[in-house]
Ligand binder design. Structure first.
Ligand SMILES: Cc1cc2nc3c(=O)[nH]c(=O)nc-3n(C[C@H](O)[C@H](O)[C@H](O)COP(=O)(O)OP(=O)(O)OC[C@H]3O[C@@H](n4cnc5c(N)ncnc54)[C@H](O)[C@@H]3O)c2cc1C
Length: 278
C-alpha cells in the first residue's frame, strides 16, 4: 500500500499504527530494491512541507528532514558549511542532488555517505519525530555501523541541527574516487578549523569516511592540533598514528592499505586547504 501523508503528525501516526517503509527522494530506496517491488506499506513523506528547507534559529541552523542536496547548495550559509556544500555537489549528479535528501543519506547510513563527515565535524544533531514526541541526539550517536542507526521504525528524521558555535570557521571536504564524477568514494575527509586572534588553532574537527563501518572523527589529531600555529605546513602535524581508529577494508574500489595511505594524504591536504579558505 502506498501512502502520502500531508503533515508530520499524520505521517508519524501512520507509522505508529501500522508501520511502513519511509520514502523520501527514493535515490537509495529504489536502487536497494533491485528488480523487486516494495513490500508492505510505503509512507512517502515528500508532501511534508513543514520539514523542508533550511532555517536559522538562535542556537542552531535547522536543515529540515526533506531538504535536498540542491537546496543545501543554493542556500547562503556560513563558512563552516563549505564542507557540506562541497559534499552536496559530489552526491551523484545534479538529478540525484535535486531528489536526494540529507536525511535520506544519514538514515541510509552507508559508510560512504558523503553527508556524514561534514556534519560530524559540525557536531550536528538529529531530531527524530514519532507519535510519542521528539528526541534529539548527536549524529555521532545516531549512526552505529554499516547501514545501522538507532532510529526506531516509527521515527522520522525531522531535522538536522547544526550548532552555531563555529560559524566563521574554515571548512573543507575532499573526496577521492576512482574517477572524477558520479563516484562512490574510496576515502573522504571533512575538516573544520577555528583559529584564535593570534593565528593558533582554537578548535579543529576532522572526520574520515569510507574507511570504517561509519565515518569517524579523529579525536587524537583534533587534540594535537589545538594551540598549533595555523600556517602553511600544518598538514605535517598529521601522523600515521592519528589514523589508528580507521579500519578500512579491501573491496572492489580499493585495498585497505591504499585507503589508509590516501586518507593520510587527504587529511593533510584538507588542513592545508582550510588555511587557503581563510
Ligand atoms: C546514481 C546515484 C548516485 C549516487 N551518488 C551518491 C554519492 O556520490 N554520494 C552519496 O553519499 N550518495 C549517493 N547516492 C545515494 C543517495 O542519492 C543519497 O544517499 C541520498 O541523499 C538519499 O536520499 P533520499 O532522499 O533519496 O533517500 P531515500 O532513498 O528516499 O531513503 C533512503 C533511506 O532512508 C530512509 N529515510 C529517508 N528519509 C528519511 C527520514 N526523513 N526519516 C527516516 N528515514 C528516512 C528510507 O526509508 C530509506 O531507508 C547515489 C544514488 C544514486 C542512485
Amino acid at each position: 500500500m502506498y501512502l502520502r501523508p500531508k503533515t508530520l503528525d499524520e505521517a508519524v501516526s501512520l507509522l505508529a499504527s501500522a508501520g511502513g517503509q519511509i520514502l523520501a527522494g527514493g535515490t537509495d530506496f529504489y536502487p536497494a530494491l533491485g528488480e523487486r517491488l516494495p513490500q508492505g506499506r510505503v509512507v512517502d513523506i515528500t508532501a511534508l512541507g513543514e520539514i523542508r528547507g533550511i532555517s536559522f534559529e538562535q542556537q542552531h541552523i535547522r536543515i529540515g528532514g526533506l531538504t535536498t542536496w540542491s537546496e543545501v547548495i543554493r542556500t547562503p550559509l556560513p563558512g563552516c558549511f563549505d564542507a557540506l556544500k562541497a559534499a552536496a555537489r559530489e552526491v551523484g549528479s545534479v538529478q540525484i542532488q535535486n531528489r536526494g535528501t540529507v536525511a535520506g543519506n544519514l538514515c541510509n547510513a552507508s559508510p560512504a555517505a558523503d553527508g556524514v563527515p561534514p556534519l560530524l565535524v559540525l557536531d550536528a544533531e538529529v531530531e527524530l519525530a514519532s507519535a510519542g514526541g521528539r528526541r534529539r541526539l548527536l549524529l555521532e550517536e545516531f549512526l552505529t555501523g554499516n547501514r545501522k542507526t538507532v532510529r526506531r521504525a516509527d521515527e522520522i528524521l525531522a531535522a538536522v541541527l547544526v550548532p552555531r558555535r563555529m560559524e566563521d570557521a574554515a571548512s573543507v571536504f575532499l573526496k577521492l574516487g576512482a574517477r572524477r564524477y558520479l563516484v562512490i568514494s574510496i576515502s573522504m575527509v571533512a575538516a573544520v578549523v577555528q583559529v584564535d586572534d593570534a593565528g593558533r588553532v582554537l578548535e579543529a574537527h576532522v572526520a574520515v569516511g569510507s574507511c570504517s563501518a561509519r565515518a569517524l572523527r579523529l579525536r587524537d589529531l583534533e587534540r594535537d592540533l589545538v594551540g598549533q600555529a595555523f600556517q602553511r605546513g600544518i598538514g605535517a602535524a598529521v601522523k600515521v598514528e592519528h589514523l589508528a581508529p580507521l579500519s578500512p577494508i579491501d573491496d572492489v574500489r580499493a585495498t585497505a592499505n591504499y585507503r589508509r595511505d590516501a586518507s593520510l594524504t587527504l587529511v593533510r591536504r584538507a588542513l592545508e586547504a582550510c588555511l587557503e579558505t581563510r
